[in-house]
Design a protein around this ligand. Structure first.
Ligand code: GLP
Length: 241
């Protein structure tokens, strides 16, 4: 595990973007595992700027997103597909057929999860998985559990996650209760994993996840065993270690 300690959110975004941009330069047809949430927003902005300057080109890049709320359609402003489009995809030259996100509108969970697992396999694995960190240690939507999950599955969101994500919805009842997420196995199989964490509110969970025992009760802790895991965190997020 490598920790890149940065001053603040903007530095975190720049350092994270450096890593992603260098991968795209070295492997133009790479598979990027993408995440949503406030943590990677700045990184996406940075990548867009680099694309606009002509420094990187996405024409051969493929992407797979970690997760999606069940029940929200692609044009719902709270869906992760909408988030990705508005923060990233609409500004760059990725081919629409190379963009993959679980379909929240597919009510047949078994079929949707199988489709996504087969897709991940057909892409030949993820070169770089980008992650944020949930307040309870979740990655993607892999919530604290008794076991580490394997492939894509439907998950019931915990109260703490519903509360944390409440800010994106008009009222708490609107926050979906279920999501589709890639499993922990899919995430740890990525050849490189980069996590972005910023702010004091994450300091306690950063300590638990990376300086405590490896346990499915804190799903991110499994990354301690990953061969190529980089945590890009700011001083506030590292203030308890
Ligand atoms: C959501 C997402 C996660 C994300 C987490 C943290 O629940 N499913 O992928 O990492 O929230 O979000 P934020 O970066 O906004 O703190």
């Amino acid at each position: 595990m490598r920790i890149i300690r940065v001053k603040n959110y903007d530095d975190m975004s720049r350092q994270g973007a450096n890593i992603v941009a260098s991968l795209i330069t070295l492997k133009p047809n790479c598979v990027l595992g993408l995440a949503t949430g406030s943590s990677p927003e700045g990184l996406y902005r940075e990548l867009v700027e680099r694309y606009q300057r002509g420094d990187i080109n996405f024409c051969q890049v493929k992407s797979v997103n970690l997760d999606e709320y069940v029940g929200l359609s692609a044009d719902s402003e709270q869906s992760y597909r909408y988030f990705m489009h508005h923060h990233f995809f609409k500004y760059i030259n990725m081919k629409p057929e190379n963009i993959h996100i679980p379909c929240g509108k597919n009510e047949d969970a078994e079929q949707e999860c199988r489709r996504y697992d087969e897709l991940l396999q057909s892409l030949g694995g993820i070169d770089l998985q980008l992650l944020g960190l949930g307040m309870n240690g979740h990655i993607g939507f892999n919530e604290p559990d008794e076991i580490f999950t394997t492939g894509t599955h439907k998950v019931k969101l915990t109260e703490s996650t519903i509360l944390a994500n409440r800010r994106f919805f008009a009222k708490e009842e609107d926050v979906p209760r279920f999501a589709y997420t890639m499993g922990i196995r899919d995430i740890v199989h990525a050849r490189r994993v980069v996590m972005l964490v910023s702010g004091e509110t994450k300091a306690d969970i950063v300590r638990q996840a990376f300086f405590g025992p490896v346990t499915p009760h804190v799903p991110a802790s499994i990354l301690q065993f990953h061969q190529n895991f980089t945590l890009v965190a700011d001083e506030a997020a590292l203030s308890e270690i």
